[in-house]
Design a binder for this molecule. Structure first.
Ligand code: ADP
Ligand code: C5P
Ligand code: MG
Length: 267
């Protein structure tokens, strides 16, 4: 891989080259269907996981990074499992729209990871301009222009304005029993919940909201991946498609940097 040299203006736009539009892929379906795992497999197969953020050509963002800040009263509700994290209004949808539009306009963006244990974003902590919270290093995703961007979440196809921004829409099809059987141990092990919390939240909010808001968006998908991460054939097909896009973008970039050579080759 040729190291990418980039500098940005104060508006976050790439200096030098023309602005470039990443290929934006949406990945959706209900909780624990395997969205995050499918995106991880795609990133691994493309050799992007261990790469420095600056060098990454493909990045993955989770819709969960856009959960709204909770008021103290809402925080209390969330701690008791009485807050609906599965309703479209639980997300800052204006910020999602703005961020995706920025990404498409070639503006560099920084997106923090979400902490399910505290129901909040990991916070930046600067003291005398020095980043003190070292967790942030791994938990900020920087989106640089000219790449492929995966955006995954339960409701990424819900609002038409957001849905219409995707160049490709994937749906991970996993049945509800399997999803519940995966959500319970995951939320207990990784998200600091107990069994009662997970089951009550599932019955009161997760299941009804899935049926009302998420499942109806399946009809907008371009590609449906049955069995999620187990479906290596489907994942390989998507990975090959992304390779083709990256090759095309590389050719476009070198033609911008060396227009004479490109024109010469074409004639
Ligand atoms: P989502 O992001 O859609 O909520 P995850 O990717 O987090 O789903 O998967 C939910 C849980 O199920 C995780 O613990 C993950 O490791 C596990 N999981 C995902 N896909 C599979 C699979 N194909 N087989 C077994 N476990 C899986
Ligand atoms: O990864 P996954 O798609 O499961 O993430 C979305 C799920 O996370 C939602 O179903 C929501 O119930 C859950 N969630 C939660 N607590 C939060 C934020 C989201 O249980 N603080
Ligand atoms: Mg996930």
């Amino acid at each position: 891989v040729t190291p990418r040299k980039m500098s940005f203006g104060i508006n976050g736009k790439l200096n030098g080259l023309e602005s470039k539009t990443p290929f934006l892929i949406g990945v959706s379906m209900g909780t624990a269907s395997g969205k995050s795992t499918v995106c991880k497999r795609i990133m691994e197969k493309l050799g992007q996981v261990d790469m420095d953020h600056m060098q990454r050509q493909v990045v993955c963002i989770s819709q969960d990074s856009f959960y709204r800040d909770l008021s103290p009263a809402e925080k209390l509700k969330a701690e008791k499992g009485q807050y609906n994290f599965d309703h479209p209004d639980a997300f800052d949808n204006d910020l999602i729209l703005q961020t995706l539009q920025d990404i498409l306009a070639g503006v560099k963006c920084e997106i923090p990871a979400y902490d399910y244990r505290t129901n909040s974003l990991y916070l930046l902590c600067y003291i005398n301009h020095v980043l003190m919270d070292f967790r942030m290093k791994d938990q900020i995703t920087t989106i640089y222009p000219a790449d492929v961007v995966l955006f995954e979440g339960i409701l990424v196809f819900y609002f038409p304005k957001i849905r219409d921004l995707f160049h490709m829409k994937l749906f991970v099809d996993t049945d509800s029993d399997t999803r519940l059987a995966r959500r319970v141990p995951r939320d207990i092990k990784e998200r600091g919940r107990d069994l009662d919390y997970v089951l009550n939240q599932y019955m009161n909010f997760v299941k009804p909201a899935f049926e009302e808001f998420c499942l109806p968006t399946k009809k907008f998908a371009d590609v449906i991946i049955p069995r999620g991460a187990d479906n290596t054939v489907a994942i390989d097909l998507i990975v090959h498609h992304i390779w083709d896009i990256l090759r095309l973008k590389k050719a476009e970039n070198s033609s911008r940097q060396h227009p004479y050579i490109y024109q010469h080759r074409r004639t």
